[in-house]
Design a protein around this ligand. Structure first.
Ligand SMILES: C[S@@+](CC[C@H](N)C(=O)[O-])C[C@H]1O[C@@H](n2cnc3c(N)ncnc32)[C@H](O)[C@@H]1O
Ligand code: SF4
Length: 410
């Protein structure tokens, strides 16, 4: 969740949604995202809405934050109950950050419990928490599992000390085998690791070493992200000053291909451009819900939500967020009601990154006319695509995904 928010139209103070969106609630799967806006230090590349102070005012400290989220859960129930139907069950929960594991495990457990009591967690639900390898213990993981979390996602990023140093990562990479084992011993169903490639100074050999080290952990799932030099970050300033080089596109492409080969060779298949899973059950169902345009409520400062074509986002600062909820007012800052064409374009952008593919029916005539050329150039899997008539990128297509999408949306 980037830290810069769009403006949009104002959200009503009671948080109410347009009737035409509320009426469609329940037609798509429903999920919950919970943002935890705290970190011990800020990594130089990170643009997320997170703060290093543990005390940001009433309702916005590590200790009081869970209660503030519980107030937004109550508000969500009031808003969504206006549909006059029962609240949708929650299929997936994702607690992200920031660093969720800076909160007490019992507080994360209370948030999950409140979601369950208010909405109900569906049978076979998925509940992920992101975790920093430095902020978990066998006990905290056992508590999280006992309180209902099913999946843990560790921010590993790299196994190579000079790469971690350039990223300003402070965690000890030697802890990874321990924290993964503790998660297994605690009974987590899925363990995932996040990696970043393309850090200035990182060689292909460094990246291959990180992949090997990650695979030695035997994860169920790996996310591998190309480093983005976000405006306004310490990393961007260092690149602008010429202290370090910007990531190199050709090297990044080699790194992506190496990731696909190494992860694939170890039995993890891609199912989204930056995500690989052991099998279908190990996919992150919560992210799939975003990529397929389903519905979710995003709790926390700066969090985005989407219900049937209405998207809104909360005020950014944790103190402002807590103040609004204490006053009984929606923390929503702005919203937009998406028209059919905007939704179509977003679906093409997101679904063309999926191994399950993008249904060709999403394309207009000009987009459809481009498909033949993309197949001939080896960027899209050849016809008949798949049995549902969906467009799937080849490895070359994944390397050039943005250019492919531009041709599908002329
Ligand atoms: C915002 S973090 C939250 C998890 C946790 N705080 C951590 O860093 O381990 C989620 C993931 O986003 C990725 N990420 C954050 N900033 C990025 C950037 N500028 N470029 C690429 N990936 C980034 C990292 O891989 C990170 O694990
Ligand atoms: S720990 Fe994660 S959320 Fe926090 S600053 Fe680093 S990348 Fe960003």
């Amino acid at each position: 969740m980037p830290s810069t928010l769009p403006e949009g139209e104002a959200v009503p103070t009671d948080g109410s949604l347009p009737t035409r969106s509320l009426e469609k609630l329940g037609e798509a799967p429903f999920g919950a995202y919970v943002h935890v806006p705290f970190c011990v230090t800020r990594c130089g590349y990170c643009d997320f809405n997170t703060y290093t102070s543990s005390e940001l005012g009433p309702g916005a400290s590590h200790e009081s934050y869970a209660d503030t989220v519980l107030a937004e859960i109550d508000l969500a129930a009031r808003v969504l109950e206006r549909a006059g139907r029962s609240l949708p069950e929650i299929e997936t929960v994702f607690v992200g950050g920031g660093t969720p594991t800076l909160l007490a495990s019992d507080d994360l457990g209370r948030i999950l419990e409140a979601l369950d009591k208010t909405f109900g967690l569906a049978d076979g639900y998925e509940a992920t928490t992101e975790a920093n390898p430095d902020s978990v213990t066998p006990e905290s993981l056992a508590t999280l599992r006992a309180r209902g979390f099913t999946r843990v996602s560790y921010g590993m990023q790299s196994a190579v000390p000079h790469v971690l140093a350039t990223l300003d990562r402070t965690h000890d990479p030697a802890r990874l085998p321990d924290v993964v084992r503790w998660a297994r011993e605690a009974g987590f169903e899925q363990v995932s690791v996040d990696l970043i490639y393309g850090t200035p100074g990182e060689s292909l050999a460094d990246w291959e070493r990180s992949l090997e080290t990650a695979l030695a952990l035997d994860p169920d799932h790996v996310s591998a992200y190309a480093l983005i030099v976000e405006d306004g970050t310490a990393l961007a300033r260092r690149v602008a000053r010429g202290e370090i080089a910007a990531p190199d596109d050709d090297l990044m492409a080699d790194m992506y291909a190496a990731a696909d080969a190494q992860l694939g060779g170890a039995g993890l298949s891609w199912y989204e451009l930056s995500n690989w899973a052991r099998d279908d059950a190990a996919r992150c169902r919560h992210n799939e819900l975003y990529w397929t345009g389903a519905d979710w409520w995003g709790f926390g400062p700066g969090a985005h939500s989407h219900v049937a074509g209405t998207r809104w986002w909360n005020v950014k600062h944790p103190a402002a967020y807590a103040r609004r909820l204490a006053e009984g007012v929606s923390p929503g800052h702005g919203r937009e009601v998406l028209d059919a064409e905007t939704r179509r374009v977003e679906q093409v952008l997101l679904e063309s990154r999926l191994r399950d593919g993008m249904p060709l029916e999403r394309l207009d005539a000009a987009g459809r006319a481009a498909v033949g050329g993309l197949v001939a150039e080896g960027l899209v899997e050849p016809a008949p695509l798949d049995e549902r008539g969906s467009l799937v990128l080849t490895l070359s297509g994944r390397l050039l995904a943005d250019a492919v999408v531009r041709r599908l949306l002329p």
